[in-house]
Design a protein around this ligand. Structure first.
Ligand SMILES: *[C@@H]1O[C@H](CO)[C@@H](O)[C@H](O)[C@H]1NC(C)=O
Ligand SMILES: *[C@@H]1O[C@H](CO)[C@@H](O)[C@H](O)[C@H]1NC(C)=O
Ligand SMILES: *[C@@H]1O[C@H](CO)[C@@H](O)[C@H](O)[C@H]1NC(C)=O
Ligand SMILES: *[C@@H]1O[C@H](CO)[C@@H](O)[C@H](O)[C@H]1NC(C)=O
Ligand SMILES: *[C@@H]1O[C@H](CO)[C@@H](O)[C@H](O)[C@H]1NC(C)=O
Length: 753
């Protein structure tokens, strides 16, 4: 008996459009096949079909969410969550033991991403003994598999990276048997004959992609390519597999597709599908007839509405809101970072500063040098700013003082003077390197002094006491520095705040005069009458308030300083008994009793020359004479200290010697009423205008003379706000001196007259 081969040649569309010619062709084919069969008998039924589009849905089995769109597109999933679509060719392809199974298929699919969300999960071409699989799962199982073994062979186009399935990336093609763990897989790409190299393809682009799956013998080839490209000459995957072993005991197999989405979503479509078993050739693809793939709406809210011709997927409003929020948050963050950074390193610079550029440090470099002004680098806090240690890139150690100020008044002059100070060169001055200016802040950069300030060594019991020779070296060094400032530099420089806490010690324990914050410059031969009455109580010469600062007032302060170093105490110590309270007076009293050495620092021990100590003390008294004309010049002081000149003749009873003089009491008019102090304001006011950096002398909780406790560095003070009250502070303090002290001063002086 003859067995008729059934050969199907379904061309869904054409069979409908021109049925007479199709019918004729079909009859002809039956005849040819019948005759062929007579020549080469075969027990295998061949299957051959093509879907140019899926409108007719002929022999199509659709499961779950799969549907055919009016355009003829087979939609496996639309762009929504947790979808799963399966579609099969209804008729089984035959597997028989007599001939080896072979098939070829060529299809066009499209995976359309949805803007703003992750796309997934992908499409699979399936070969399975059953069209139905109610236990198949969505998401990463493509609607083809579940967590256990399934009787399915699949070629997957996977757009999610699932490391648990040994995926290599989120854009790959794989061959799966019974489970989604691929036997073989490769990143989506194709071999371009033209270019002679692999070109990668983005599966999730929405563009149509051609896929070929060819199986013959035991070799399975998979190729993909963009729509405009011919089938590549080299397959992407070529894997040895025996499908008869994959599906033992099965004589019927179905072919189809499945796809799934989860939280990751994309529209997943089949546009065209041609299939053939045996050696039957495949229908050629006609690109122009492919249905259009719907594109989802753009997420931009202000975008013009898309043309209405194609049905568009609407983005859910929640997603749009989320996306916009995200963009706003990211922008806000970036703007914040930008401004923070700008603010962090911002500086103020004006045109007049151009000439000082060489002395200017960038805030960024200082910030880095001090490790962001970290606590570890903190050296001390003064009344006006904090001091930090820092390392410059060249290995130079610096001290940076941050001085806050509230206005721009006087800043120009300050900077000019900072720069002039750079020109001062003397081995007993703390070298100033430069400055930096910020909106409410000035930063002064000077050399770092490793051994701190002198007053720590004098008054801090934790530190080892300085020996007499060390102290003498410091005193001589500072005398020499002051002499240089008064006469040796281009201009007369008045330091105006000589005291132990402004003397730094370098590594060799040389004294270095620092803190030029109140220094004033004037021409040689000129006078500095306009300078403010500033300084530290206890070191301020009495004539300061009426005459203003002069070299003489520096000498006075230096005299107090010499006594301070020798006696190891501060000029005024209110907690002591009355006769010792004021240092100058106490030293003088000792001298009167012919026991000058009683006033020396007990920590000096025995290791000193009494002659030297006495000479320094007497010189201290001479310099702190309240009569300015009786004081020596700094040049003379240096000569006396080096024994190049004998001290002039004077006794503790000499006029003006040993008189403690609060700043506002001068030799001429011993008592000045508080009213007249205020009346003396004009000189103060004018000088205050001149100097925005009046000095804050004492605060309520600080003992006399101990104005700043800054360590290791510059002492610079800036207080442009309320300069009047600041400069008046010493006056008010002076007025609150014990009446007894003033009276005794008075009697001292009148006695001598
Ligand atoms: C997975 O599917 C197979 C059939 O394909 C079924 O026997 C099995 O129970 C399913 N497993 C789960 C966990 O659903
Ligand atoms: C698979 O590809 C190889 C070349 O890589 C080719 O030799 C073989 O014929 C192909 N097999 C099929 C079934 O296309
Ligand atoms: C191209 O891709 C194939 C398949 O993934 C691979 O075997 C081959 O080495 C690749 N060739 C080049 C030049 O990358
Ligand atoms: C494939 O497997 C079947 C069943 O085990 C076997 O009969 C057949 O010879 C195999 N084909 C090849 C080419 O090895
Ligand atoms: C003084 O500084 C030097 C150099 O840094 C250091 O070796 C020495 O220990 C310091 N002396 C004191 C008393 O701090």
């Amino acid at each position: 008996m003859h067995r008729f081969e059934l050969r199907e040649d379904l061309q869904v569309r054409s069979s409908l459009s021109d049925s007479p010619s199709a019918m004729a062709r079909w009859l002809l084919q039956i005849l040819i096949i019948s005759s062929l069969h007579l020549i080469s008998p075969s027990s295998q039924q061949e299957t051959r079909f093509v879907y140019e589009n899926f409108s007719a849905q002929e022999n199509l089995y659709l499961d779950v969410n799969a549907t055919v769109l009016p355009s003829g597109l087979l939609q496996l999933t639309d762009a929504s969550n947790n979808q799963m679509g399966r579609a099969f060719y209804k008729k089984p392809i035959q597997l028989s033991s007599s001939g080896p199974l072979s098939f070829s298929t060529h299809f066009v699919c499209a995976l359309m991403p949805k803007p703003g969300v992750e796309g997934g999960h992908g499409i699979a071409f399936l070969v399975s003994p059953s069209m139905e699989n109610p236990t198949a799962q969505g998401r990463r199982y493509f609607g083809a598999f579940n967590a256990s073994t399934n009787d399915v062979f699949a070629v997957e186009l996977d757009t999610i990276w699932n490391p648990e399935f040994n995926d290599i990336d989120a854009n790959h093609v794989g061959i799966d048997v019974h489970s989604p763990i691929s036997l073989d897989l490769a990143s989506a790409s194709y071999y371009s004959d033209k270019k002679g190299k692999n070109e990668s393809i983005k599966l999730l682009s929405g563009n149509p992609i051609q896929v070929w799956v060819d199986y013959e013998g035991t070799l399975l080839n998979v190729s993909i390519a963009p729509i405009e490209v011919q089938k590549p000459s080299r397959p992407l995957l070529s894997h040895r597999i025996n499908l008869s072993e994959v599906f033992p005991n099965r004589s019927k197999l179905f072919v189809g597709f499945s796809a799934a989405t989860g939280d990751a979503i994309s529209g997943q479509y089949i546009l065209w599908w041609s299939f053939s078993t045996g050696r039957g050739s495949l229908q050629r693809l006609d690109i122009s007839k492919l249905p259009e793939v719907p594109r989802p709406q753009a997420p931009a809210p202000q975008a013009p509405p898309p043309p209405p011709k194609a049905p568009h997927k609407k983005l859910s409003p929640a997603v749009i809101v989320l996306f916009v929020c995200l963009v706003i948050v990211v922008l806000a963050f970036l703007v914040g970072v930008f401004f923070r950074r700008r603010k962090k390193y911002s500086e103020v610079s004006e045109t007049w500063e151009k000439e000082f550029d060489a002395h200017r440090f960038s805030y960024r470099s200082l910030y880095k040098a001090t490790k962001g002004f970290s606590k570890d680098e903190f050296l001390g806090k003064g009344g006006f700013g904090e001091v930090y240690r820092g390392d410059l890139p060249q290995g130079r150690e610096i001290a940076v003082k941050r001085v806050s100020h509230n206005g721009d008044e006087g800043v120009k002059q300050f900077v000019a003077e900072v720069v002039s100070m750079r020109c001062l060169k003397h081995r007993n001055l703390v070298p100033l390197f430069g400055y930096c200016r910020r909106k409410r802040e000035l930063l002064l950069v000077s050399e770092y002094m490793p051994n701190g300030s002198l007053d720590e060594h004098l008054f801090d019991d934790q530190k080892s006491a300085l020996s007499w020779p060390q102290r003498l070296v410091v005193v001589k060094g500072i005398a020499s520095a002051l002499w240089y400032l008064h006469t040796g530099a281009d201009q007369v420089v008045l330091h105006r705040d000589v005291k132990a806490s402004n003397i730094m010690l370098d590594a060799e324990f040389n004294g270095r005069l620092g803190d030029f914050g109140m220094a004033r410059f004037h021409e040689h031969g000129g006078n500095a009458a306009t300078t403010a009455a500033v300084g530290t109580v206890g070191y301020m010469a009495p004539e300061l308030i009426t005459m203003g600062a002069s070299t003489g007032t520096d000498v006075y302060a230096f005299g107090v300083f010499m006594l301070e170093v020798t006696c190891g105490r501060r000029p005024v110590e209110p907690q002591l008994q009355v006769e010792k309270r004021h240092m100058i007076k106490w030293v003088c009293e000792c001298w009167k009793k012919d026991a000058l050495l009683d006033a020396t620092d007990p920590r000096l021990g025995e290791e000193y020359s009494p002659e030297e100590v006495e000479m320094v003390m007497k010189l201290g008294l001479l310099c702190s004479n309240i009569v300015p004309e009786s004081r020596p010049t700094m040049e003379q002081v240096v000569l006396y200290l080096n024994n190049n000149l004998p001290l002039p003749d004077f006794t503790p009873y000499t006029l003006g010697i040993g008189t403690f003089a609060p700043v506002l009491v001068d030799a001429a008019s011993l008592v000045v009423s508080s009213a007249s102090w205020r009346l003396s304001g004009p000189s103060l006011t004018s000088s205050s205008n001149y100097s925005p950096y009046a000095y804050q002398t004492t605060t309520e909780d600080q003992p006399w003379g101990q104005t700043l406790d800054t360590k290791n560095s510059l002492h610079f003070v800036a207080e442009p706000e309320k300069p009047k009250t600041q400069t008046f502070t010493p006056a008010v303090k002076a007025a609150t001196l014990p009446a007894e002290a003033l009276e005794s001063n008075l009697s001292n002086i009148s006695n001598q007259r």
